[in-house]
Design a protein around this ligand. Structure first.
Ligand code: ZN
Length: 480
């Protein structure tokens, strides 16, 4: 049977973090009553004229540079013509021949191998309104609050060959875009939308197969599953003598399948032409260099530095640098107390779990980096045990209090001195003569029981190391 290989390109739309829309001064907000943030420009009323948002253009220049694209001094706006009620003008202002960025790339790592994914273009356009299909009757409603928002589109070359590469590309792209502060990258809210186009071809051939485009992928997991499903569907269709139709398909996350939506328009049907209402843009070399100077250390470089500087594994470093906020947090914490591995473990363990269940990002948490560092130091100094630290951290997370305050107010200081522990140890030994005999007779398991009893009397505050050491000493004395 013929073996097939997937050929995948990805289009990503990212809403830019501007205060106002792309061509008018309507505010950018989330939610609210439908059609409350509109004006003659974004409703496309006759006689209204668009004025480009300077900040949005600067953001797209910055993103292009971060994605290793060429940014030419000349760029212009085109009209993409189509008839659909989400677009009151019957055209979308977009870019065509002269996008802001082109010929870039990002590197991804899959199974330990670095692979370069080409970026064909990065351009700016306006978002469309949102159709709401009424649950009763046949009516559709439209909300233009989203219409005219500043949107950046990033298109890859057809370089991606698997669902894993598709997901990895998106993880890396999202990290870069959020690092440079041009989008919030929230896939579940639709501010970052991913649309892969997928085809398959017999292995070893050059010619592309017929492609389908996937929509409604609102998580990294959905991207992986959607691409995997679609590749399998196409291969099975071809192997059983069928053919692929060029169409747009919607991913149904609950059922785990893709469903045909509509056949895809050919490019010439959009009748692209330069927008006569908007003068071409001419960027000075100074403006481009200024945007380049605003780029922070990017995720890949930061990950490599974390591995070297903090002796972290690739997986740990990747996780800690997946958002700028988390990487900043980690660096501030290890700056206060250099337990690199310990702090990394806390952030990726209990802390992340609690952030996820609270539905917040690390920079919105009440726990200050210096306090997490303080907690680790208290464990290292034997002030509290690892087990007590979990209780302390929970309170830090809920109240924002420092670990010192919590330990003090709850009287949680660890018991480790002989004068405090010996009376308790002696009591436990005298209360459990049979178990002590078992231990002395060679039953090592009985030791654990005695430790447990001592911990119970100290209300969990006994320093495990000291308890172990002093109990063994006492028992050997008993034996003698
Ligand atoms: Zn408006």
């Amino acid at each position: 049977m013929t073996e097939y290989e997937p050929v995948i390109g990805i289009e990503v739309h990212a809403e830019l973090l501007t205060n106002s829309k792309m061509f008018c001064s309507c505010p950018v907000e989330f939610g609210g009553e439908p059609n409350t943030r509109t004006c003659p420009v974004c409703l496309g009323l006759p006689g209204s004229l668009p004025v480009p948002n300077r900040r949005a253009i600067e953001f797209v220049i910055r993103a292009s540079l971060a994605l290793n694209c060429e940014v030419k001094e000349y760029s212009d706006f085109y009209r993409k013509n189509y008839f659909y009620p989400d677009l009151p003008k019957n055209y979308q202002i977009s870019q065509y021949d002269n996008p802001i960025g082109r010929n870039g790339w990002i590197d991804i790592t899959v199974d330990g191998t670095v692979k370069r994914i080409g970026i064909r273009r990065v351009h700016i356009e306006e978002d469309a309104g949102k159709l709401i299909h009424a649950s009763v009757g046949n009516e559709s409603l439209v909300d233009y609050n989203r219409g005219g928002l500043a949107l950046m589109e990033i298109v890859t070359e057809a370089d991606i060959r698997s669902a894993e590469e598709a997901r990895e590309y998106l993880v890396n792209l999202r990290a870069i875009l959020t690092y440079i502060g041009v989008t919030n990258g929230k896939m579940e809210e639709g501010t970052l939308r991913c649309e892969p186009n997928i085809s398959v071809r017999p292995k070893g051939t050059e010619k592309f197969g017929t492609k389908t485009e996937l929509k409604n992928l609102n998580s990294f997991r959905a991207v992986y599953r959607g691409v995997e499903y679609e590749v399998k569907r196409q291969v099975e269709a071809l192997q059983s003598g069928g053919r692929i139709i060029q169409e747009t398909r919607r991913w149904d996350d609950d059922r785990g399948i893709t469903i045909a939506m509509r056949t895809k328009e050919m490019e010439q049907e959009y009748r692209y032409f330069p927008d006569p209402d908007l003068v071409p843009m001419n960027f000075s070399a100074g403006l481009i260099e200024e945007q380049r100077s605003l780029l922070p250390e990017l995720p890949q470089a930061r990950k490599e530095r974390f591995m070297k500087e903090f002796d972290l594994s690739a997986a740990d470093a990747e996780m800690l640098t997946s958002t700028r906020a988390m990487a900043d947090y980690y660096e501030e914490a290890v700056g206060a107390y250099p337990d690199y591995k310990g702090i990394s473990n806390w952030i990726m363990g209990d802390f992340t779990r609690m952030l996820n269940s609270a539905g917040i990002e690390i920079d919105a948490s009440k726990v200050k980096p210096v306090d997490l560092a303080g907690l680790l130091k208290m464990i290292a100094d034997n002030v509290i045990s690892g087990k007590m630290a979990k209780t302390v951290f929970e309170e830090m997370f809920n109240t924002g209090a420092s670990p010192k305050e919590i330990v003090k107010s709850r009287g949680m200081v660890q018991v480790s001195s002989e004068t405090e522990l010996y009376p308790i140890i002696d009591q436990v030994i005298s209360e459990n003569p049979r178990i002590v005999q078992d231990f002395l007779g060679g039953k090592e398991k009985s030791f654990g029981f005695l430790v447990g009893q001592i911990m119970k009397y100290t209300q969990g505050r006994g320093n495990p190391q000291a308890v172990n050491q002093l109990l063994r000493k006492r028992l050997s004395e008993t034996k003698g």
